[in-house]
Design a protein around this ligand. Sequence first.
Ligand SMILES: NC(=O)c1ccc[n+]([C@@H]2O[C@H](COP(=O)([O-])OP(=O)(O)OC[C@H]3O[C@@H](n4cnc5c(N)ncnc54)[C@H](OP(=O)(O)O)[C@@H]3O)[C@@H](O)[C@H]2O)c1
Length: 258
Amino acid sequence: MRLRPLGDSGIMVSPLGLGTVKFGRNEQVKYPEPFELPSDAEVSDLLSLAADLGINLLDTAPAYGSSQARLGQLLPGPRDRWVVVSKVGESFENGESRFDFSFDTTVQVVEHSLRTLNMDYLDLVLIHSDGDDLRILEHEGAPDALRELKERGLIRAHGMSSKTPEGGLRTVEQLDVVMATCNPDYLDDLAVLEAAAARNRGVLIKKGLQSGHVNGPQGVAAAMDFVFSQPGVSSMIVGTINPNHLQANVKMFDSVVK
Ligand SMILES: NC(=O)c1ccc[n+]([C@@H]2O[C@H](COP(=O)([O-])OP(=O)(O)OC[C@H]3O[C@@H](n4cnc5c(N)ncnc54)[C@H](OP(=O)(O)O)[C@@H]3O)[C@@H](O)[C@H]2O)c1
């Protein structure tokens, strides 16, 4: 896949990224079907396939169960072959999400993620919003902590995975990258994408396939066509643990978008 700039961050990303929620968590998720976590061999094969298909972008988070630890153990190839995105603000333990957007916790979580992922830098760290985007951006310590971590060279870029259009717009003003929701059934963030394009901020799309509630290959084609017709989209992060879907999605991107 031909790499695209992630806004003005200096980072180049494949237009399809791989979301790794399903590598590590199968409780309290909104996918259509229950599923077993993949084995180590299945995760390794999926990561090798992603690399072979030209995908360089991986999205993980502390709230995704064992996802980070598995990437730390199983990620193939040299570190700089991958663009690794992680998050701060949400943890998930004993079936429950907890949120902490304070300065100190943000720094600790990034340092912990680096150890778990077995890496000495993260390409991008996003604030994993609890829905109250503006309060986090205006009154919590996480944005300043991420700016400091970037100055220290532990992260290359910062941003927010926003949950409201207002939060997405503020993210575009204050941080390098916004992760927004975009699919044919969710149009609320379209103004965020426009604002990001105007400022040359990076845009990652989540839930482009409506968390799996798409209607077969035609639904996938319609979703990709819709997402990539919007201005400013750097990459669509698609979650999958099915190698056939991974391959089909890259093929679909090539026929619908390229
Ligand atoms: N920061 C946040 O707040 C946040 C929230 C949600 C998501 N995310 C990130 O964004 C990523 C994507 O979001 P998402 O996982 O919710 O939604 P998604 O990418 O829209 O959908 C993933 C679902 O689609 C299925 N799928 C993938 N390719 C398919 C195909 N060709 N045909 C049919 N089904 C297909 C997958 O099932 P199979 O495994 O069977 O392929 C999976 O259940 C996540 O993995 C995560 O990294 C972030």
